[in-house]
Design a protein around this ligand. Structure first.
Ligand code: TXA
Ligand code: MG
Length: 322
């Protein structure tokens, strides 16, 4: 059963609720909270295990990259590299319903699972006082997609969240109905011209007026993401041999549940066969295996239920011919 903590209109009881929520987040749990757009399902963006719990609760069939929420421009600059245009947008529209996709900063600590393995990061500073206070209390950036099961509508009240996710998450902070009611606008500032990836709560015209240009549409190359869709994926240089019952000596191995015999060329996603743990390790281990430089990575069979479906989806994409 998921707990619901209510914060009154004049923000009474805010301190106690936030302390409780921060404690859950620091322990790797999931907390739904109001933002000015829609309710978000938050978890520690720096912890792959915590982020895996978001995907598990939402029943996502694939690992889409998630938006990381911060409480200041300074905190955003730790995670991403801001071009002049990106900095201008942040200054004008933050806090508010605008998400900026920027190149990952060298010292970023948002985990690979939150970024779906990409070397860019989506950042947003929300305007809702509860969201901002929660990120500050948690003392870390929060990955937060809308707090609904995949395929359901985005929640704008705490009871929408409860109806959809009761039992699947740790806590819901009820701060009343959200004001904007639809998701943030997403703009990518990745070196070329700024691109509109998803229309949302900040009007395109306002962004264009500020920058003095027309926003390019959607994704230019495969390396970008169509709104709400995963078009890009981390592709290792090595070839992936999926559903490998055993590993040949010249291959490296991505194991699950201790099928291959242990050796330095084998990384086990979860020796105890836990799919949440496996999801948490997926991108990190793929990167490490790729760095070993073997031509082929043998991948043990992964069960297809729970997060296994998303893991298999990612592996299939990574194994697809290019
Ligand atoms: O209003 C909102 O933005 C809400 C509230 C809770 O803040 N959050 C939200 O988050 O909608 P989320 O995680 O569901 O948004 C994910 C979308 C992806 O589907 C993709 O379109 C884009 O953000 N995205 C995230 N990271 C990206 C990246 N590195 N490159 C391109 N697009 C990215
Ligand atoms: Mg959503």
């Amino acid at each position: 059963m998921t707990r619901v903590a209510r914060i009154g209109p004049d923000h009474q009881d805010m301190t106690a609720v936030l302390a409780d929520a921060a404690c859950i987040l620091q322990g790797g749990g999931t907390v739904a909270f109001p933002t000015e757009t829609v309710y978000g399902l938050g978890a520690d963006a720096t912890s792959p295990e915590a982020v895996a719990r978001i995907y598990a609760a939402k029943d996502r069939p694939a690992f889409n990259p998630l938006i990381t929420h911060v409480a200041s421009v300074k905190a955003a600059e730790v995670q991403g590299r801001f071009s002049k245009q990106a900095a201008k947008l942040a200054e004008a529209f933050w806090p508010g319903p605008l998400t900026l996709v920027v190149p990952l900063a060298p010292n970023a600590n948002v985990c690979g699972l939150a970024r779906a393995g990409l070397d860019s990061v989506a950042l947003r500073m929300p305007r809702h006082p509860i969201a901002l206070a929660l990120i500050e209390a948690a003392e870390r950036p929060l990955a937060a997609p809308s707090a609904n099961r995949s395929g359901q509508m985005s929640p704008v009240t705490a009871s929408h969240v409860f109806d959809d996710l009761n039992g699947a998450i740790d806590l819901i902070i009820d701060g009343g109905a959200t004001t904007v009611g639809l998701e943030s606008t997403i703009v990518a500032c990745l070196g070329d011209e700024p691109r509109l990836l998803r229309p949302g709560g900040t009007a395109r015209e306002d962004i264009e007026a500020l920058l003095g240009l027309r926003l390019a549409h959607g994704c230019k190359s495969e390396a970008l993401i169509a709104p709400g869709m995963m078009a890009s994926h981390y592709a290792p240089r090595a070839r992936l041999r999926l559903n490998a019952e055993e590993r040949a000596p010249q291959e490296s191995g991505l194991d699950f549940g201790g099928r291959f015999s242990p050796c330095p060329e084998v990384f086990d996603l979860s020796p105890r066969g836990d799919l949440i743990e496996a999801a948490a390790h997926l991108f990190d281990y793929l990167h490490r295996l790729d760095r070993l430089g073997k031509a082929v990575i043998a991948v043990a069979p992964i069960p297809h239920h729970g997060l296994g479906e998303a893991i298999n989806d990612r592996l299939a994409r990574a194994a697809a011919p290019r």
